[in-house]
Design a protein around this ligand. Structure first.
Ligand SMILES: NC(=O)c1ccc[n+]([C@@H]2O[C@H](COP(=O)([O-])OP(=O)(O)OC[C@H]3O[C@@H](n4cnc5c(N)ncnc54)[C@H](OP(=O)(O)O)[C@@H]3O)[C@@H](O)[C@H]2O)c1
Length: 304
């Protein structure tokens, strides 16, 4: 059986990916900081701060999917939190690199998450493609360091694939449930100017893109993991209100309110550009949810 080890596999994407991989007959195991996260899936322990990784995980992995990372929007970005955001992604990848370098292993590919904010957090009319340079702010720098650490696996002769992921739409967690509250209360409105773009992807598609990266040897290097339809924040919020059959008439939430509430982290809500999905489509991948309305209906109304 082919073993896939998922770091951060207890999170939103990891849970969905683990289920789908098991359905396809993979032997899925998690690499978690929690010794007994209550999962029925086999779980290996690591303690990134102490440099500890269960040796069996390293020896037996055919693929590693690296999803570990302190939640970007979980807390205000203090200096300490910024370090945690970077280290939980880049230093953990470096730790894994050291372990794989010094242990007999059969790893075929290292597949890592990255963010759509790789290109920086800015609103522009440019459509960013994979060969564009990383942005200069905190998010751009975080993604650059994260990807650099993942790419070091190519020095071991391993295939490396990186998915620069947009906002993942799932009814089970992440950003979408948080955006629902005002809409359900009938005060859904755009945030800031509303003209910032919001690269997004349905949970089904991001999981399938990881499976595509495992199964398709030609998937190598960075890919924008975003749906092909480009939407602004205003379009997103309007569509959400329509899907939930709620009014959309409240005034925009001013940017300064977001900055007061969230500090510098507000930038990831207030700014955004478009990313091209052409490269990932050229691998033969067909999106299940290429359009926002269908994606929202599936997540919010299924089972009703
Ligand atoms: N969801 C999105 O919209 C989105 C968009 C763009 C990029 N991404 C990226 O995709 C990856 C997976 O996303 P997700 O939404 O599934 O994340 P998530 O739900 O926040 O889960 C991430 C997992 O990472 C581990 N983790 C948390 N803090 C950590 C730390 N300080 N050190 C090491 N591990 C830590 C945890 O697993 P354990 O407790 O088991 O160790 C956690 O379950 C993340 O790197 C995220 O930045 C996600």
């Amino acid at each position: 059986m082919t073993r896939v080890i998922i770091t951060g596999g207890t999170g939103l994407i990891g849970r969905g990916l683990g289920l789908r991989l098991r359905e396809r007959g993979y032997d899925v195991a998690l690499l978690s900081r929690r010794k007994n996260p209550g999962a029925e899936i086999k779980t290996f322990y690591w303690d990134p701060a102490k440099g500890e990784v269960d040796r069996e995980a390293v020896e037996t992995a055919d693929f590693v999917v690296h999803l570990a990372g302190a939640n970007i929007s979980g807390k205000r970005w203090s200096k300490k939190r910024r370090k945690e955001i970077v280290d939980s992604r880049a230093e953990t990848a470096k730790l894994l690199f050291d372990k794989f370098k010094n242990t007999d292993n059969k790893l075929k590919a290292f597949i890592s998450a990255s963010g759509a904010n790789y290109y920086g957090v800015l609103t522009s009319e440019k459509i960013f493609a994979e060969n564009d340079s990383p942005g200069t702010g905190f998010m751009g720098e975080t993604c650059r360091l994260w990807e650099e650490a993942a790419n070091s696996f190519s020095n071991l002769g391993k295939r490396v694939a990186i998915l620069r992921t947009g906002v993942v739409l799932s009814g089970k967690g992440g950003a979408l449930p948080k955006m629902l509250t005002p809409v359900k209360l009938g005060v859904g409105s755009p945030v800031g100017s509303g003209r910032q773009y919001m690269p997004w992807i349905h949970i089904e598609d991001i999981c399938n893109l990881y499976i595509n990266a495992i199964e398709n040897n030609d998937v190598e290097g960075p890919y924008n993991a975003v749906a092909p339809q480009h939407v602004t924040n205003e379009y997103f919020m309007k569509t959400l209100a329509r899907v939930l059959d709620k009014p959309f008439r409240a005034p925009n939430v001013p940017g300064f309110v977001m900055k007061t509430l969230y500090g510098s982290m507000a930038e990831i809500i207030l700014r955004g550009s478009r990313l091209s999905a052409e490269k990932i489509k050229s691998t033969g991948y067909e999106f299940h949810f290429p359009e926002l309305e269908g994606a929202l209906r599936e997540e919010l109304l299924k089972g009703e």
